[in-house]
Design a protein around this ligand. Sequence first.
Ligand code: ADP
Ligand code: MG
Length: 326
Amino acid sequence: MDEFALIGRYFAGLCGSDDSIVVGIGDDCAQLRVLPGHDLVVSIDTLVEGTHFLPGTHPEWLASRLLGAAVSDLAAMGAIPAWFTLALTLPEADEAWVGRFASQLGRSARQFGITLVGGDTTRGPLTLSAQVHGWVPAGRGLHRRGAAVGDLVCVTGTLGDSRGGLECQLAPEKGVNDSLLERFFAPQPRLDCGRRIAAHASACIDISDGLLADLGHVLAASEVGARIERRALPLSPALVSYCGETQARDWALCGGEDFELCFTVPVSRWETLQRDLAGGGVPVTRIGEILPATEGLQLADGGKPCPLPGTGYNHFASADDRADKE
Ligand code: ADP
Ligand code: MG
């Protein structure tokens, strides 16, 4: 089966039709119309076999992970999802594999309210990229810069579960927990939360590399420091029973790919924020506060200072850096 037949059979049908799509799949470009009074926000994410997932991973899992991770960046900006493009590099045209991948991609896309409008299909080592597009009201949106001294540091959902899901694959002899695997392979971008907090938060990021690493980006962009309370980190019962509380707290701090939101909010907005989050179904937890830049990033355990564990994953960190952190 050639490239064009593959696109026609499995991907063309995923392209929606609405007023925003002037031309979808099948021409040289998609031609798209942004809602008046809005800014376009764009982000791309890539999964490489051997780096982001183990060989033999089910195609459904790859589809939900690819799109969930990419759409999470839109959530972190408080954006409304609109369209995505897909770059697919496949070692062979395995129709059964592509069919399963495309079906799940369609289900995830419908769930997130985003539609496929184009892509590229090539042969090579298995690599998947999704570029997502969304919009925010002109000049608005949630950014990494903006956190101010005294603001609360908050996170959505629970942390560390995805790291637990990775461990279930790397060391299945220690037991496999389906809800942790689900957190790893089917991240749920916090789109609704992102939109609800956009009116109150001073800064926001999604947690892809680990809480400490990603909060570090907010602190750098905002030129502030922070103190995080270890005991305040929200943990799922599944993670605590899988690995115990101490390990769970370390993974909550350093494990990547949770795709929860970490945001800061002025104390004066906390109560209104709670009201606006009511009924959203995703818990929000206060885990610390913003300090002056000179204080750096600090960790406390029951109010007492404690050392920072190693930070999140960095693709280009040298082997020595990684060994230092482990
Ligand atoms: P070009 O050679 O002009 O870049 P292609 O032959 O690569 O165009 O693609 C033809 C059409 O199919 C384009 O509209 C492109 O966006 C779309 N397309 C290619 N691969 C995919 C894919 N994996 N998913 C969705 N659309 C795709
Ligand atoms: Mg062309």
